[in-house]
Design a binder for this molecule. Structure first.
Ligand code: NDP
Ligand code: GDR
Length: 326
């Protein structure tokens, strides 16, 4: 039975990836941080077969201990401070966790793997936020990186460290440059879930309006369930490499709002949406659209959920949750 260790198991992607690996017969281990993590019960409930180990990406010895206990064939490094807006307010902490944490994990894996550095396969959760200021559209693996936030800069560090450990030590270390991916499990701080939750509550008369920031930025949004499949496929390759994972479509926040409101029968939604500068960012990433040709050709990967299907899935899930009083 293959074994995998996942950091960031309490997050959106960690939950989907765990389900995928369990279904494939893996022995799944997860790193969980904090002395009383509020998401512990959720993980136990959704994933009773996952074994959890206490640890933090800033604490090398905790990572080595988790590696020793789990003896993984594959390590998926999904743990990060992942909210871009928060990264300006906590830039040093974001750098420590999202940036230097990757080096700490790579080094722990290298030390653990000993004489055979490629014996433990490593996945790094890189991000389209690394592209930042538009240099080329669509963005592909070779596009110049120009991050626009402390989060983006930290991800660039982790991305190049992953490549460096592959080239320096022959590690089987791959980096997935994933564009935005969403689901009903998306954290409510991110714009898609903030909108789907608000639309459900407005429809049910529980909320009057929703306050957002920039409605004109454009993102390449896919479904998280599709994207964790790409992570797994990367680690099944003989050779480690870097891959853009994206749908190849871009949509504005306004388009997301339009589909979400219309889905619950509200066509004239402008009066329900307010804007506040406090949700604007010091530097914005205006346009993201990815070219996943390499992933399609090498991994045989392609997305299965369309943009309207994704929006409808999220709004429906929030309607159900709000009706049930979750
Ligand atoms: P989430 O924000 O949902 O989850 C982040 C995870 O990281 C949580 O499990 C969190 O644990 C954990 N974490 C935070 N700080 C630490 C730490 N110091 N040590 C160990 N773990 C920590 O993110 P997603 O699931 O959406 O994303 C997964 C990864 O993919 C992240 O690295 C993200 O940056 C990256 N990414 C995400 C994209 C997306 O669109 N979703 C696109 C591209 C990249 P806790 O619950 O304890 O806080
Ligand atoms: P992003 O996601 O920054 O792309 O990072 P987010 O959903 O936070 O923002 C997307 C766009 O929406 C605009 N926006 C708002 N965003 C939030 N959160 N709240 C608002 O009220 C709001 N109003 C407008 C933002 O300005 C932005 O343009 C996500 C994260 O998952 C990262 O970890 C990941 O690396 C990238 O996706 C790819």
């Amino acid at each position: 039975m293959p074994s995998a260790l996942i950091t960031g198991i309490t997050g959106q992607d960690g939950l989907y990836l765990s389900e995928l690996l369990l279904a494939k017969g893996y022995d799944v281990h997860g790193l969980i941080r904090g002395q009383n993590n509020p998401k512990l019960d959720l993980v136990h409930e959704l994933l009773p077969d996952v074994q959890l180990h206490t640890g933090d990406l800033t604490d090398m010895s905790s990572l080595i201990r988790a590696l020793r206990v789990s003896q993984p064939d594959e390590v998926y490094n999904l743990g990060a401070i992942s909210f871009v807006a928060y990264s300006w307010e906590n830039a040093a902490l974001t750098t420590d966790v999202t940036g230097k944490g990757v080096l700490t994990m790579l080094e722990a894996v290298r030390l653990h793997a000993g004489d055979d550095p490629a014996s433990v396969r490593f996945y790094q959760a890189s991000s389209s936020e690394m592209f930042g200021k538009v240099q080329e559209t669509p963005q592909r693996e070779s596009t110049l990186l120009w991050p626009r936030s402390p989060y983006g800069v930290a991800k660039v560090f982790g991305h190049y460290m992953t490549i460096n450990y592959r080239e320096s030590y022959g590690m089987h270390a791959s980096s997935g440059i994933l564009f935005n991916h969403e689901s009903p499990r998306r954290g409510p701080e991110f714009v898609t879930r903030k909108i789907s939750q608000a639309v459900a509550r407005i429809k049910l008369g529980l909320q009057d309006d929703v306050t957002l920031g920039n409605l004109d930025s454009r993102r390449d949004w896919g479904f998280a369930g599709d994207y964790v499949e790409a992570m797994w496929r990367m680690l099944q390759q003989d050779t480690a490499d870097d891959f853009v994972i994206a749908t190849g479509e871009t949509h504005s926040i306004r388009e997301f709002l339009d589909i979400a409101f219309r889905h619950v029968g509200i066509d004239d939604w402008a009066s329900y949406v307010k804007q506040d500068p406090r949700f604007m960012r010091p530097a914005e990433v205006d346009l993201l659209i990815g070219d996943a040709t390499k992933a399609n050709e090498v991994l045989g990967w392609k997305p299965t959920v369309t943009f309207p299907q994704l929006v409808a899935m999220m709004v429906d899930a929030d309607l159900e949750a709000q009706r049930a009083g979750w």
